[in-house]
Write a protein that binds this ligand. Structure first.
Ligand SMILES: Cc1cc2nc3c(=O)[nH]c(=O)nc-3n(C[C@H](O)[C@H](O)[C@H](O)COP(=O)(O)OP(=O)(O)OC[C@H]3O[C@@H](n4cnc5c(N)ncnc54)[C@H](O)[C@@H]3O)c2cc1C
Length: 487
């Protein structure tokens, strides 16, 4: 019996029929990432049903030296949940662990398993007059464990922060099988490091998240969704400052879309309509919200914001959604950008951030710079201007072949964009993580001292290197600065 056979037999004894499978029909769908960029192989798919089972399985993996790839809903954008092609790693799905453990209405806290799906979390909170203030397009698949491990963002970060800000407590299995438990939420706790923060955003490389205590907020009683036509992205920045000054407590989202994106959505989606009759050079999509106490005043607040923006000459034209259906239609224009742009042809997508105050200037300068450097390409930036985070897509020249272009010139385009972002003191990953997609770029452009710190933490918590190998972490310590080196 080989070492792998012994391991599989023991894992089967531990998890039973439902908990371990090698059936290709059950395993294969989980071996390719959501965007279809990476496909790997796995020794087996493990689906433990409890934290204790995860811990025992991780101990077994440590004994036999079997690497583990943790996986939630497999909706990640960076290939973090896809195993390599060796076929020697265990794919560890948390999807079977999908229960609410505790719902503390008075404290507005919910404790749930790592496999709890975001959309279900929204529904559970809504049924009690509360809401979980983070949402994203992959909500039907994304799990609490995946959201935590990627420190996910979305369109409400402006007001509520990213996933990190929603996590009050965490439970995780470490590489030696021990269970880290900080699920009990203490508002004040200064017993040294806040260790859960080390695990959040670590993409499964430091521990396997098994449960979390999350913060909830009161449900929205009223919302105002505004669609605004602008001449320039710098006007969007000024409008954002205006909105923050006049309506900071109500400002839930502030997104921008260029003319090209709106036109792409109008061409792609049969139901889409331009809210202002035609496309402007830029558009801002603003959502203001209020709970019951402030609901009555919200329509007037939205009106005042618009009037003031018109008076200052920031706005060319604007519309306020007259009902929920129209509000949803405005948002659909934003959410359809990715599929609509994808339908046009090959493109390189970048999820980048620069300091919020500099983002408008960055977009205004970087788009023509990229287009000059790669003739025939087209730069499109859209998304979360209020967070200093845009999705910066570069469309291939007309006639470029899908697959071929991305692997050739597309790679140079991405390196160029990442160099630009770095020179603006920004980040090559604002919300999608590093995974395997951007690992080499992180090594190329990351600060050597910070990379070395990450590697030392990894070495301390996972000395065998069994947790999600090949993802996020730089591959070789030799490439990095020695301890004590300065940047
Ligand atoms: C249409 C669409 C829109 C999206 N929009 C956004 C957006 O606006 N903002 C945004 O941030 N993301 C967005 N995403 C990406 C994705 O939904 C998030 O990255 C999400 O957090 C992934 O959750 P998941 O459960 O699917 O994780 P997976 O894809 O399964 O895994 C992601 C990473 O986390 C690790 N992991 C998963 N579960 C665990 C666990 N329990 N313990 C340890 N490690 C674990 C994996 O190993 C992998 O490295 C979008 C995705 C889609 C499909």
């Amino acid at each position: 019996m080989s070492e792998h056979d012994t391991f599989l037999a023991q894992a089967h004894d531990l998890l039973g029929e439902r908990g371990l499978t090698q059936d290709p029909e059950l395993v294969t769908p989980w071996l390719t990432d959501w965007r279809g960029r990476f496909t790997g192989r796995a020794l087996a798919l493990a689906s433990p049903a409890s934290t204790e089972e995860v811990a025992a399985l991780v101990r077994l993996c440590a004994t036999h030296g079997v690497p583990i790839v943790p996986q939630g809903g497999n909706s990640g954008m960076s290939g973090g949940a896809t195993p390599d092609e060796s076929g020697t790693t265990l794919l560890l799905s948390l999807r079977r662990m999908n229960k609410v453990r505790r719902f503390n209405l008075a404290a507005r806290e919910i404790t749930c398993d790592a496999g709890y799906v975001l959309q279900t979390l929204h529904e559970t909170a809504a049924a009690e007059g509360l809401r979980f203030p983070l949402t994203l397009g992959g909500k039907g698949s994304a799990t609490v464990g995946g959201l935590i491990s990627t420190n996910a963002g979305g369109s409400q970060v402006l007001r509520h922060g990213s996933m990190r800000a929603q996590v009050l407590g965490l439970e995780a299995v470490l590489a030696d099988g021990s269970i880290f438990n900080s699920l009990e939420h203490l508002k004040k706790d200064n017993r040294g490091f806040d260790l859960k923060q080390v695990l959040i955003g670590s993409e499964g490389t430091l521990g396997i998240v098994t449960a979390a205590t999350l913060r909830l907020v009161p449900a929205i009683a009223e919302r105002a969704v505004l669609w605004i036509g602008l001449a320039h992205i710098r006007d969007a920045r000024r409008l954002l400052l205006q909105a923050e000054e006049m309506a900071a407590d109500a400002l839930e989202a502030f997104e921008v879309l260029p003319k090209h994106s709106l036109e792409a959505v109008l061409a792609y989606s049969p139901n889409a309509r331009a809210p202002l009759g035609h496309a402007h050079e830029w558009h801002a999509l603003i959502e203001l919200v209020a709970d019951r106490a402030a609901a009555e005043r919200l329509p007037a607040l939205a009106q005042e914001l618009l009037e003031s923006a018109f008076e200052q000459g920031l706005v060319e034209d604007a519309a306020i959604a007259q009902n929920e259906a129209q509000a949803e239609a405005f948002w659909a224009l934003r959410e359809e950008i990715s599929p609509a742009e994808r339908a046009i042809g090959p493109a390189m997508q970048h999820d980048i951030s620069v300091p919020v105050a500099r983002m408008a200037n960055f977009v205004a300068e970087a788009v023509p710079e990229v287009e000059r450097a790669f003739p025939g390409t087209r730069g499109i930036a859209f998304g979360h201007l209020g967070d200093g985070n845009v999705h910066f897509h570069v469309l291939a020249p007309e006639g470029a072949r899908r697959g071929e272009w991305e692997a050739g010139e597309g790679k140079q385009v991405s390196a160029f964009v990442h160099d630009l972002v770095t020179s603006w003191h920004g980040s090559i990953s604002a919300e999608h993580g590093i995974g395997q997609l951007k690992r080499d770029e992180l090594v190329r452009l990351g600060d050597p001292v910070q990379l070395a710190m990450m590697q030392r933490i990894k070495q301390a918590l996972d000395p065998q290197g069994l947790l999600n190998p090949g993802k996020l972490m730089p591959p070789s310590p030799h490439k990095l600065a020695p301890p004590g080196a300065t940047a």
